[in-house]
Ligand binder design. Structure first.
Ligand code: FAD
Length: 163
């Protein structure tokens, strides 16, 4: 921030036009590198040294697109499918801080995968009868017809009633 050199903006909040003039994408590698650069510049400022300009090093990008599927680009090579998904898992685990965190996240992912839980990152699957197409965008359950609101304990709301 030009008027506030003591403030650093990194990751998804930052619009950084980078070397090529195109803004960097809102992805994890950008956030990680910008965080590291900000930390290094804070250290330099404290030591009375000049700050270094940020340069993004593009190692590639990966994104999951479903259960067991991902797409990505690693050093100009495109990857996709199950292999890309395994790489995504490995890379994300390795970037977590600490062994305990890695094990905890791995177990959580394994549990979600085996129990077919819908992950926070994935919005997939068939629309259930309780979702009208218009409401599906927000994921809001369909309101009962007839203008009435839902009452606590209303059997219309319960899972039993929707089966
Ligand atoms: C659904 C989804 C899927 C994605 N998939 C991929 C992918 O496959 N590959 C990839 O590279 N990138 C992916 N991204 C993008 C990636 O997650 C982001 O680019 C990255 O997390 C940005 O990091 P950040 O540190 O800027 O923000 P965040 O990771 O969002 O971190 C911000 C943190 O600040 C906390 N916070 C917010 N407000 C406050 C407050 N007032 N006080 C204290 N703490 C606060 C938040 O809780 C959060 O922990 C995905 C993003 C989404 C939403």
């Amino acid at each position: 921030m030009a008027a506030h050199p003591e403030v650093f903006v990194v990751g998804d909040l930052a619009a950084f036009p980078q070397q090529t003039g195109t803004p960097l994408p809102g992805i994890a590698p950008v956030a990680i590198q910008q965080g590291q650069a900000a930390a290094e510049n804070i250290r330099r400022s404290v030591a009375g040294k000049p700050r270094k300009p940020f340069r993004y090093f593009d190692r590639g990008s990966l994104a999951t697109i479903g259960r067991g599927a991902a797409v990505g680009q690693i050093r100009r090579r495109s990857v996709h499918g199950f292999g890309a998904w395994l790489i995504w898992l490995f890379v994300h685990l390795m970037y977590l801080v600490g062994f305990r965190n890695r094990v905890a996240v791995l177990l959580e992912w394994a549990w979600s995968y085996l129990t077919w839980q819908r992950g926070a990152r994935l919005i997939t699957g068939e629309l259930g009868p309780e979702l009208a197409p218009d409401d599906a965008v927000l994921g809001a359950p369909k309101k009962p017809a007839g203008g009435g609101g839902w009452l606590e304990g209303d059997p219309e709301q319960s899972g039993e009633a929707n089966r």
